[in-house]
Write a protein that binds this ligand. Sequence first.
Ligand code: NOJ
Length: 531
Amino acid sequence: MTLNAMGDEWWRTATIYEVAPISFQDSNGDGKGDLRGVLSRIDYLKWLGIDAVWLTPIYQSPFRDLGYDIADYCAVDPVFGNLDDFDRLVAALHEAGIRLILDFVPNHTSSDHAWFFESMRSRDNPKADWYIWADAADNGGPPNNWLSRFGGSAWEWCEARGQYYYHSFLVEQPDLNWRNPQVRAALADVMRFWLDRGVDGLRVDASAVLIKDHLLRDNPPNPEAKGKPPPQRDTPVFTDDRPETMHCIEFIREVIDEYPGRLLCGEVQGKTDRIGHFYGNERPRLHLPLNFALLDSAWDALSLQATIDAYRNALPKGAWPVWVIGGHDKQRVASKIGQRQMRLLAMLLLTLKGTPFFYMGDEIGRERVPIPPDRVRDPFEKLVPGYGLCRDPERAPMRWDDSPKGGFTTGEPWLPLEHDGTPNVAQQRGDRDTILQLFRQLIALRRAHPCLQYGEQEAIPSRHDVLAFRRVAGDRKVLIVLNLSNEPRKWDCRGHGRILIATNPDRRTERLEKPTVLLRGGEGLIIEIDA
Ligand code: NOJ
């Protein structure tokens, strides 16, 4: 399919694949993935059938937080290549019918950014108000009790100004002051810089925390703090999800809308019932606020049924749903549910109404990679140890084959790979029975079938640990039945039909002679019901 044939709202029917380029493919043997590496894997992306790639930050950065600490928004970090490599990548992806989404990190820069050097110099330089500065409290300590997500006070003393600056995350990630119109204008120009280069969308990082309370009121204690990591001691009501933040998202959306056919998705925080307002009302906000509810749900049919229902109920009228099953911050779900159930999750993701997102390696059932303590890179784990917060197990290099370096690099991988014999692309591509092949079939079916693309979703009561729902478009009807138990289950399909895809590779895509189907333990089926 050509890009234009999908229309301006291409993201409604797209399958989106997150790539952390540092761990995808190294092209020059330095042990770190790069843009040329991504370029060399376009054939794989095309074969897999995804419609868009979202790249985590590729910008110039000291890389203290996977590149989410940006020192120059308009430069590619030399580790990844340069702007020519970037332009070549965009052109080649587009040629292959694949769109490109970039991460956009408007909340904070690196402390190595030229804006911050200037801002920290004095209280009256031209960029003095580009970051969030405040005087010390009466006792000389931080202005209030706000905590950094990465541990300790969110305020850091700056000798040159005799003031504190605020950082939601690392000390080396000062928060920009979104109340300042100059900051907004500068970030709008950053967006245009990349949109002009042909980028098809942006994923807004930390979109819920762009504005903090201007009175700097203390956050109240978290009543559920017991056993939680210290940064969660307080309830962040005065730092997160402030009403004014929504105006910032509306502003970002206006810039995106200067360019037809571009997508704005974003990382949002909070409970499912807050997700609705990230879509916007009179003024549009994000096209797709990322929804991680499937990852946070308990893994049984009743819990999943309730999770799906709660999310759907939280959507405002006309909002397009989105489902995510992995990401660079999220523990690998295959480690939680196991390989067989991972097939069910793939089927669920790719049959629910809404745009599916998955993360590199999910398609081969990748699990968490054990990281020895001396190889830990994630600052979250270093600063808040002992709570299992380390994100390196998800960020380990992609396993393309079963060689010791996984086909990822010829050098020393920046994070270790797991032992040989774990799932890898080469082995799974060559075997029709693998989860990789299942992902590919599901993506292809989704693309081809009107029910799965835009059909309505109808709930069916789950019973005996079988999750079921229907997708309906006109007179076509598709039933999805997922047996989450390990025992066989009978299911009444209320009609004859034909199995389109089964999670068990040896099940034939047969016609059902009876309206009742026998599901094996852990089996999922997509059945087209006769009209
Ligand atoms: C959200 C990103 O997804 C995460 O990886 C990062 O640590 C924080 N933003 C801070 O930049």
